[in-house]
Design a binder for this molecule. Sequence first.
Ligand SMILES: Nc1ncnc2c1ncn2[C@@H]1O[C@H](COP(=O)(O)OP(=O)(O)OP(=O)(O)O)[C@@H](O)[C@H]1O
Ligand SMILES: [Mg+2]
Length: 213
Amino acid sequence: MTLLKATSLSHAFDYPLFEDISLTLNAGESIAIVGVSGSGKSTLMHILSSLLHPLHGDVELFGEDVYRMDDKSLVKLRRNDLGMIYQSHYLFKGFSAYENLEVATLLSGETIDPVLIQRLGIEHVIHQKVTELSGGQQQRVSIARVMSKKPRLIFADEPTGNLDHATALEVMQIFNDYLREHKAGMILVTHDESLAAQCNHIYRMQNGNLKES
Ligand SMILES: Nc1ncnc2c1ncn2[C@@H]1O[C@H](COP(=O)(O)OP(=O)(O)OP(=O)(O)O)[C@@H](O)[C@H]1O
Ligand SMILES: [Mg+2]
């Protein structure tokens, strides 16, 4: 089953960023996107994940053209089916880590998985305020929050940028187990080639093109 199908995407800000990018992601699969800083990876992720209308081209998620959906369906899709882990983590700062997970699961009708919290190594800080956590701990809480929603499609932009290599590898293991168990898909942006190598496909953003390598 195809989870994501992007066709002929182009985007520009002050100057053309990329042109004619097409991409397909099937259930149970992961795609890594690599490329130098400023090449347009995060912009592409925003377009693929329903947040930014491309200049040209289409994005289908679960067979539906996201940029032709009405707002209500789009909110529902984001809430229930998409998991977005971005470069800056959007946790509710006044809440504890656990309360952040509760909000996500309440909205999506899921339950918090204690095994996930344990595997991410955040069980001893789970009741602390988010502002009292280290950058890496906050990053692991945002990963837990997104995965607690049980999304069918995960968009992760440098999700392990604040983590040591061993912890980053464990997070990749958690992602891969999740994709297999839930027949979900993931698009991962990373600067770390060894993490990219854990994905089914690697694409490189270079000179405004995206090529499988
Ligand atoms: N909202 C915006 N308005 C104008 N220019 C933007 C906007 N967002 C991104 N850009 C520009 O587009 C280019 C690509 O940015 P993008 O964030 O997609 O790169 P990236 O590949 O994710 O880089 P990094 O690896 O550093 O995260 C940059 O030159 C950036 O300044
Ligand atoms: Mg980026």
